[in-house]
Design a protein around this ligand. Structure first.
Ligand SMILES: Nc1nc2c(ncn2[C@@H]2O[C@H](COP(=O)(O)OP(=O)(O)O)[C@@H](O)[C@H]2O)c(=O)[nH]1
Ligand SMILES: [Mg+2]
Length: 383
């Protein structure tokens, strides 16, 4: 039976950050974690930040901080403690035992959102594989879940003589992983042959951080109607459309966005979704320039592209949402240095273009600003 999500589920958020990181930076990371939780259907505001150069190996945060969290959680009847990092299985167990509250780590949260968002059988299979791979080392203490699943099919009779519950569960999960991999292999082969049937058209892939406007831009360029929403990971499945600019046709694909600390299980299971990116002739790297952490996001995307073997492709940087760009007025009398946060859009453009050699363009996909210039640039880069 599916669990029914209680609407009043609440969470607190926890980050450990190295001493050199500013509170502002950590809070930006936590903003994203809160946004992820909201996307998953959990609300909450309270944050706990601890500056440590190394996380506590037993409970991730130190004992004092954990006590503080425990008190808050109990007084406010909080459902989940959500951590901005992947925890080790034993850290998770220790915290759960000491605080008496469900612990969710960043990877688990992202996997949960992916599971909710997967539409096609293909995406569902990919997510399920990632979930089981995440589950495998965390089975101790989680077996009640599998116990329930097994209940319908043979129940406890499956227990062999002398085998521990954990061994049986490990076997069930390993078996699941094997089956899912076989299933994915089959779909992969279909996808490969589909792709090879597309002919000699040039292939262009939209890439970028999640929620930057990739799907919105796809809809503008291809007059398609891909789901776009102010949520993280609105799109999981790949959409490919034929686009024609001045009699030059090419294929444009829109796919899943990247995020910092993307679980490795997901990268692996989304291998063929990401093939679309790996096999593209040109990447359009879309950036949300209205996001305070957009420069960080650019680095995350570039790093992920390198990891999946698409780091050396021709790439057009598309700075989107210029309609919503804001900057902080620089206070001449302040002791702080003037940074890119104080740049006007014009200043940012100039500094970007003087230090980077990949071509770039500044647009608003939503308000259709500079889209003709984008089309012209695309055409130049494709022919
Ligand atoms: N202000 C502004 N919002 C935009 C623009 N382009 C997209 N958005 C919004 O950003 C959110 C995410 O868009 P989406 O296309 O789903 O992003 P994706 O996750 O990268 O595919 C949606 O709420 C869009 O309406 C833009 O040019 N300006
Ligand atoms: Mg999208």
């Amino acid at each position: 039976m599916e669990e029914i999500k209680d609407k009043s589920e609440t969470a607190v958020f926890v980050a450990v950050s190295p001493g050199i990181q500013s509170d502002r930076q950590v809070n930006e990371y936590l903003d994203e974690l809160v946004f992820l939780a909201t996307t998953a259907g959990v609300t909450g505001e309270k944050r706990f930040i601890q500056h440590l150069d190394h996380a506590n190996s037993r409970t991730f945060v130190g004992p004092g901080k954990l006590e503080e969290i425990k008190q808050y959680v109990q007084e406010n009847e909080i459902t989940y403690i959500i951590f901005d990092d992947e925890l080790s299985p034993s850290q998770m167990r220790n915290i759960e035992k000491e605080v008496g509250c469900q612990v969710v780590d960043r990877t688990g949260l992202i996997l949960d959102i992916f599971a909710q968002r997967a539409q096609t059988a293909y995406a569902k299979t990919q997510v399920e594989l990632a979930q089981y791979q995440y589950l495998l080392p965390r089975l101790t203490g989680m077996w009640t879940h599998l116990e329930r699943q097994r209940g319908g099919k043979g129940g406890l009779n499956m227990r062999g003589p002398g085998e521990s519950q954990l061994e049986i569960d490990r076997r069930i999960v390993l078996d699941k992983i094997k089956k899912l991999k076989l299933q994915l292999g089959k779909i992969d082969r279909q996808m490969i042959s589909q792709r090879s049937n597309r002919g000699a058209l040039k292939r262009v892939a939209l890439v970028g951080y999640t929620n930057v406007g990739k799907s919105t831009l796809m809809n503008q360029l291809a007059k398609s109607d891909v789901f776009a929403e102010n949520k993280l990971f609105a799109t999981l499945d790949t959409t490919v459309r034929k686009v024609v600019i001045d009699n030059t046709p090419f294929l444009l694909s829109d796919t899943v966005g990247f995020i910092r600390k993307l679980p490795t299980q997901l990268i692996e299971s989304f291998k063929s979704t990401l093939d679309e990116v790996r096999e593209a002739d040109l990447l359009l790297h879309v950036v949300d320039i209205s996001h305070p952490g957009f420069e960080d996001q650019i680095n995350v995307v570039n790093k992920t592209l390198l990891e999946i073997g698409a780091g050396n492709k021709p790439c057009l940087m598309i700075f989107n949402k210029i309609d919503a760009y804001t900057f902080e007025e620089y206070d001449e009398f302040s002791l702080e240095e003037r940074t890119s946060r104080n740049f006007t859009l014009e200043e940012f453009k100039n500094s970007w273009m003087s230090k980077e050699n990949s071509p770039s363009i500044f647009i608003s996909a939503r308000d259709r600003i500079n889209l003709d210039e984008l089309r012209a640039t695309l055409l130049r880069m494709l022919t």
